[in-house]
Design a protein around this ligand. Structure first.
Ligand SMILES: [Zn+2]
Length: 403
């Protein structure tokens, strides 16, 4: 909170200093970075501008896995490291230890974001993750939830939705996967349970928040869904303020954009330094002189396009799955029609579009955009009125069995 209203000059100075300290620490205690810095002749002691980061090679997720033990710093943090794990691409799991100060400062950044919306750390909250928790583990989960003053649903049956909505009337906020919040909002509206739900914050994480989600969410919970953007290894990258802008957590990360993709340095990551890491999201930054109405001078990310992700296979070419995002964004921008979609590929050169909305009249709009991006390289089918979510985890916008 102390740095919340610092001017940009002071914030930048602080960030530069913190970044330098991390680089020096990594060069002393991480065998991996000792090697990398020696190879390129990089001297963190001389670091006096963030531009100098560009000398350091980009770090990929697979390197975090293959060089895992060499990246970890050999330093006694005076206590146990918190064990973290996060699933990587192609099923491999990234594991790392997080030192206490990293964890605490990251929590502080998160709780500061909550404070922007009037949320206290102990405020009652609903929690929506898609995991099907086994019956035997529910007691333990319920105990932890009790301590954190939160509640969740374990199934999506009508009785559970009703009881969840009832509890939300006494809660201050709701958080979870954005697709899951949307699905529950739709159920709440169908059953007309939203009347007395007045939350201060509805926070979506881990997935892109589509504009098409917002009308159901506002109707059900009384607030627009806001975004917390980050990952376990990067910490909180940005948090959305009440004026709808995603402010970068300047006290915790350095954000660069290369070829439209985010490159993150986590300046808190002493036990497992994350320096110039390609997270895999396309992002857009606001101009450097952009001033948010909330008065905060932390820079703003205007758009997260989502994971660059897997490739769609045409008969002759390949296309990033992000193409799907542009197809449907264009339809929204040019015609004001928001469609929820999921594309399936089981055969090279063929694509099945599942659309949640019922109105088949939109087919012509999709045709125009699909041809624009894929030409006639992909043969496709469109089906309307589909259920897209399995409620078992994240909602994927592209599902493929073609490698
Ligand atoms: Zn703001």
């Amino acid at each position: 909170m102390e740095t919340d209203h610092w001017d940009s000059g002071r914030l930048n100075q602080y960030q530069l200093q913190q970044c330098k300290e991390l680089l020096i620490f990594a060069s002393k205690h991480s065998p991996y970075y000792q090697e990398v810095f020696a190879n390129i002749g990089f001297r963190p002691e001389d670091f006096d501008s963030l531009d100098q980061l560009k000398q350091i090679p980009i770090l990929e997720k697979k390197t975090l896995i293959t060089e895992n033990s060499k990246i970890h710093t050999k330093f006694d943090f005076g206590g146990k490291l918190q064990e973290c794990s996060t699933s990587g691409t192609s099923g491999s799991v990234l594991r790392f230890g997080r030192n206490e100060e990293w964890d605490s400062k990251n929590r502080a950044a998160q709780l500061r974001g909550y404070a922007w919306h009037g949320i206290k750390p102990w405020s009652k909250n609903g929690y929506l993750w898609g995991y099907n928790i086994e019956k035997g583990k529910r007691t333990k989960v319920k105990l932890i939830d009790f301590v954190l003053n939160r509640f969740r649903i374990f199934t999506y049956e009508e009785s559970e939705i009703r009881s969840f909505a009832k509890k939300l009337k006494h809660a201050k906020f709701l958080e979870g996967y954005s697709s899951m919040i949307y699905e529950v909002a739709k159920r709440v509206n169908e059953l007309d349970l939203g009347k007395d739900i007045k939350l201060l914050m509805v926070k979506g994480t881990s997935e892109k928040i589509y504009e098409s989600y917002q009308s159901e969410v506002i109707k059900a919970f009384g607030k627009r869904m806001i975004s917390e953007y980050g990952a376990a290894e990067t910490g909180i990258i940005a948090f959305e303020c009440p004026h709808g802008q995603m402010h970068i957590n300047t006290e915790g990360v350095v954000v660069e954009v290369e070829d439209g993709e985010i490159v993150v340095t986590n300046i808190l990551s002493y036990s497992f330094p994350i320096i110039r890491y390609r997270l895999g999201d396309g992002i857009t930054l606001a101009p450097a002189d952009y001033q948010c109405l909330c008065g905060r001078q932390h820079p703003v990310i205007t758009d997260v396009q989502g994971r660059i992700g897997k490739l769609i296979q045409g008969r002759s070419g390949t296309y990033p799955s992000l193409t799907l995002y542009y197809i449907f964004k264009n339809i929204d921008q040019n015609h004001g029609i928001e469609l929820n979609y999921q594309a399936h590929q089981t055969e090279k050169g063929k694509l099945l579009f599942k659309i949640e909305q019922e109105d088949e009249g939109h087919k012509a709009l999709i045709d125009v955009e699909v041809v624009k991006y894929f030409g006639y390289d992909i043969e496709y089918q469109i089906v309307f009125g589909q259920t897209l979510h399995t409620m078992n985890g994240k909602l994927k916008d592209f599902v493929t069995t073609v490698d």
